[in-house]
Design a binder for this molecule. Structure first.
Ligand SMILES: Cc1ncc(COP(=O)(O)O)c(C=O)c1O
Length: 405
């Protein structure tokens, strides 16, 4: 079969691939613990469910405008005013099938062939593949000191005449680290000066711990709104635990929103109409679910970091937010793909190799599961890596036997 060169250059999403492997093992009755997941386990807000089921029950589910239902755009504008202190117009908003589609459509709208898009490592696995799909060239910036926080000079070093955009994701998937406000401020100024697009992927910005607050790029924007190349990406997936509804959005100048809308209208038309009604419900309804999710995750972060610190040689940076942790297992194995495979094979724990996020030697572990999954998952990893460990590990009613040399 003649599969295109472009398609052949695109890797499958490693997280989705791992989910499939884990599901197959589970089906066979294997005691899998999934620390690879990228979605909260709480339920979608009741207001979201009620609002979309009311619409569904009418039996009239029609195409929505390609840039989103007016009612949802209105709810997003209200949210943006409340959370970002920024009043925008409906023409500054495009609703997409997940934040993923917003970013993809934006890249189609702004990139010329071979344009470069720069982002710090570790980075979300989809950025490089999305940039390639849009005909661009992905450029990762890896901080020299191995830290998870980039500096402006690190980024400036990677810029060339083809650089078109910079993507920042804070708090960050996979490290959970929050970029300092001074860094965000400098980046906004830097991009305005250099006439670069700055994409703020704020998907996790409500899930921040220890009383910290995610910096708001709008606070530092000097350029007039319609001339600005600042794009903020948001969505309901993480903060409302609504991953399956597939609703995200981008906030940008009218010109780019119009270009993105034209593209989206030929890709998917608008996002699924009932999902948009669910998002209206979530944004307009009771908001306490976000805080209770945030608190649960903060406790689970504490537990995971504490447990991981009992494994000799593993270096852990405590996450400021998200539901991911990105410990360095380099003392055990530098090849994170091999390590993840070994952990799945030996102790049936699913992790995501750091290589996929641009930092080998690390594993991404999620703490969005249950307390038991976190405790038992980390205990199994510790046991699997310790050559002196006893031959059997008993956790509750589950007994694992060492069957490797
Ligand atoms: C950093 C980041 N951005 C964007 C997305 C896309 O989210 P969605 O398409 O579910 O809105 C994800 C999902 O995992 C993510 O981790």
């Amino acid at each position: 079969m003649s599969i295109s060169q472009l398609a052949r250059s695109i890797k499958a999403s490693p997280t989705l691939k791992l989910n499939e492997t884990a599901a197959k093992l589970k089906e066979k009755g294997e005691p899998v613990i999934h620390l690879g997941g990228g979605e909260p386990r709480s339920k979608a807000p009741l207001d979201a469910v009620l609002n979309c089921s009311t619409q569904l029950m009418t039996g009239e589910v029609r195409y929505a405008p390609a840039d989103g239902l007016p009612a949802l755009k209105k709810a997003i504008l209200r949210y943006t005013e409340e959370q970002y202190g920024r009043m925008l117009a409906p023409q500054n908003v495009i609703v997409s099938s997940g934040a993923k589609q917003s970013i993809m459509t934006l890249l189609y709208a702004i990139l010329e062939p071979k344009d470069e898009v720069v982002y710090p490592a570790p980075y979300w696995v989809s950025y490089p593949e999305m940039v390639k799909l849009a005909g661009g060239v992905p450029v990762a910036v890896t901080p020299e000191d191995g830290s998870f926080v980039p500096t402006v000079p690190d980024i400036a070093d990677k810029l060339g005449s083809y650089t078109k955009a910079i993507i920042l994701n804070s708090p960050n998937n996979p490290s959970g680290v929050l970029y300092p406000a001074e860094f965000v401020a400098e980046m906004v100024e830097f991009c305005e000066k250099k006439n670069l697009w700055l994409v703020m992927d704020d998907l996790y910005n409500r899930l921040v711990f220890d009383g910290k607050k995610a910096p708001n790029a709008y606070d530092y924007q000097k350029q007039e709104r319609e001339r600005s190349k600042l794009v903020v990406v948001q969505g309901v997936s993480k903060m409302y635990a609504m991953t399956g509804f597939r609703i995200g959005w981008a906030l940008a100048s009218r010109e780019v929103v119009e270009a993105m809308t034209n593209i989206q209208s030929h890709q998917t038309s608008g996002p699924v109409t009932v999902s948009q009604w669910a998002a209206v419900g979530a944004l307009s309804g009771v908001q306490s679910g976000i805080e209770s999710l945030r608190l649960t995750l903060e406790n689970q972060r504490n537990l995971m970091v504490e447990r991981l610190r009992t494994i000799p040689g593993v270096r852990v940076t405590s996450p400021d937010g998200t539901f991911y942790c990105f410990p360095d297992f380099g003392a055990y194995m530098k090849d994170s793909q091999k390590l993840a495979e070994l952990l799945l094979e030996r102790v049936r724990v699913v992790t995501v190799p750091g290589k996929e996020f641009g930092m080998d030697g690390h594993l991404r572990l999620s703490y969005c599961g249950t307390v038991k999954e976190i405790m038992d998952g980390v205990e199994r990893i510790k046991w699997a890596l310790d050559p002196q460990a006893p031959n059997e590990l008993i956790l509750g009613d589950r007994k694992l036997m060492r069957d490797w040399a």
